[in-house]
Design a protein around this ligand. Structure first.
Ligand SMILES: [Mn+2]
Length: 327
């Protein structure tokens, strides 16, 4: 219950030194939007907060970078692990958002489990972070939806810029409101619009870079539908792609009436990445567990070391012969 989370957070924040917000690595709109929302809760209790982003800023998606750089007092607010090591305190409270697994965060070694809260909308992964309190709502569209609901429960006024970032988070995780939404999602969106979220700015965040979009469309061209209504995209072994391009290609391909799409490609010399997207009938997160990855019914991912595209593609196709349909 969101009310329990509110009560728990109130108590913990009051007794904390500062609030350390941990979105997943290479934060996207949902991770950074929800993180920005959590800063408002710390502020309500007059506590300092920091957001951990340990990636080189150039490797982060353009729109997310614009959000990070536009946050109030961004230079002090958004810090990397090394800076955190200097200011760390045993009474810091860690709040993970949009993530629950060690694999996707950079500061595992600095977390204190009894001072850690996890807020997420993904299924709990095998490698989940030990914590004192966990709020996982896989029915929520996004971490941004959960955090907006929490802010409303706290009766915190959401400034228009942060309302915009939260709305961008919801837009991202619902493929621009085309899937994974509920009446709750639209209620939350209505609250964000009441807080003057700027829909035009959200659209600008989603403007595509021409070259990157060409790469995505080239991946879409490789879409193969051979298993019921499940599509696979297998990139060329010699072509390096980015995980986010695989995710976009899978997302885009869902529009062809498919229940699920898996896109796989090489992201560096020894790693193959799979991104999967579903309208909800196929639990792609479960399929990803077969590759030691995870996710949920709408979206999943895995990274595989030291294998060829051919091997991973063959294993995936074999698995899909026994479709992961949700009854
Ligand atoms: Mn998310």
């Amino acid at each position: 219950m969101i009310k329990d989370l509110k009560l728990y957070m109130t108590d913990r924040i009051i007794n904390a030194n500062k609030v350390i917000i941990v979105p997943h690595n290479k934060p996207d709109f949902d991770a950074i939007g929800s993180a920005a929302g959590i800063t408002l809760i710390a502020k309500k209790f007059k506590k300092e907060s920091r957001i951990i982003v340990n990636d080189n800023i150039d490797t982060i998606n353009n729109g997310a970078r614009v959000i990070i750089e536009g946050l109030d007092n961004s230079k002090d607010l958004v810090i990397n692990n090394d800076t955190y090591r200097i200011i760390k305190d045993k009474n810091d409270l860690f709040v993970l958002t949009d993530v629950n697994t060690h694999e996707l965060i950079s500061i595992s070694d600095l977390l204190i489990p009894k001072n850690t809260i996890v807020i997420d909308h993904h299924d709990l992964s095998k490698d989940c972070v030990e914590c004192d309190y966990r709020y996982i709502d896989t029915k929520a569209s996004s971490a941004s939806e959960i955090i907006t609901k929490l802010l409303c429960n706290f009766k915190i006024k959401i400034p228009s810029d942060i309302a915009t970032y939260l709305l961008a988070g919801i837009h991202l995780d619902t493929a621009r409101l085309s899937k994974n939404t509920s009446s709750e999602t639209f209620k939350i969106i209505s609250k964000l619009l009441d807080s003057k979220a700027d829909v035009n700015r959200v659209s600008e965040f989603f403007v595509e870079d021409f070259y990157s979009d060409r790469k995505v469309q080239n991946l879409v061209n490789r879409l193969d539908v051979s298993h019921y209504t499940i599509g696979t995209i297998i990139a060329d072994e010699n072509e390096l792609v980015e995980s986010v391009e695989l995710a976009k290609a899978a997302d885009y391909s869902l529009r062809y009436g498919l229940d699920a799409v898996f896109a796989l490609g090489r992201i560096d010399d020894d790693t193959i990445s799979i991104s999967s997207r579903s309208h909800g009938k196929v639990n792609v997160g479960e399929v990803m567990k077969e590759f030691d990855g995870g996710g949920h019914q709408y979206s999943g991912a895995a990274k595989i070391k030291d294998a060829s595209i051919e091997e991973v593609g063959a294993k995936l196709k074999k698995l899909l012969k026994n479709p992961y349909y949700i009854s």
